[in-house]
Design a protein around this ligand. Structure first.
Ligand code: GTP
Ligand code: MG
Length: 208
């Protein structure tokens, strides 16, 4: 699938304030600074569509981007950033929890994990909760350009094994880089398949 148009469609704190047009939503979540906003820009082929920063805690609201006039990419705030106040962290968790649990339009939640590191406790806990809440999700390892080929492959295998300690089978797993666009085609094709399989051309779920 090719993205021919991507436009900012609104920022919200509450689900009631999301863009009014109901279309399938593909959302990106993960620890602060993992590369959510950068990956959205890479997928859209637009540099500054979603705002990025080398300092964690950049995205503080739910940001919708309408793609090809027919679905949304959703950039969510990060979780687990230690250097903000307890109050701010609670607020971000509330925003994310409400979006995830009360958005019937959410088609797939992409959970982003840094490909350079072992999976952290906070990520495992987050994934466990998604499983329990039956939120459909996929995993994207980010910043794939930062390791050499072999090191990257080894770390991904290690992380997959770790996930298989908790789940019998893996969800869809992608390896990406916002810098080299690694994984871009695969992620867009996956989104396309979900849209074609689950949605009619009015954007509502046809079945399941
Ligand atoms: P918050 O909104 O703060 O939660 O962060 P985020 O997950 O949206 O991360 P963001 O996209 O802002 O990227 C954080 C930093 O990582 C920036 O300095 C990016 O340039 C860098 N970065 C993101 N993706 C990649 C990547 O694939 N490769 C490399 N080398 N750097 C990346
Ligand atoms: Mg961000």
């Amino acid at each position: 699938m090719k993205i021919t148009e991507a436009v900012f469609a609104g920022s919200s704190q509450y689900v009631k304030d999301k863009p009014k047009k109901k279309l399938p939503e593909f959302a990106f979540i993960g620890r602060s600074n993992v590369g959510k906003s950068s990956l959205i820009n890479s997928l859209c082929g637009v540099n500054n569509l979603a705002h990025t920063s080398s300092t964690p805690g950049k995205t503080l609201l739910v940001n919708h981007f309408m793609v090809n006039g027919s679905w949304y990419l959703v950039d969510l705030p990060g979780y687990g950033y230690a250097k903000i106040s307890r109050e701010s962290r609670k607020r971000l968790d509330r925003i994310n929890n409400e979006y995830i649990n009360r958005s019937p339009e959410l088609a797939i939640l992409f959970v982003l994990l840094d490909s350079r590191h072992d999976i952290q406790k906070i990520d495992l806990e987050f994934l466990m909760n998604l499983g329990e809440a039956r939120i459909p999700f996929a995993i994207i390892f980010t910043k794939g350009d930062k390791l050499g080929r072999n090191a990257l492959q080894n770390q991904i295998e290690k992380n997959k094994k770790e996930l298989l300690e908790y789940w019998e089978e893996l969800p869809p797993v992608f390896v990406s880089s916002a810098q080299t666009h690694m994984g871009k085609e695969e992620i867009l094709d996956y989104i396309n398949t979900i849209i074609n399989t689950h949605y009619n051309n009015h954007g509502s779920r046809a079945y399941d």
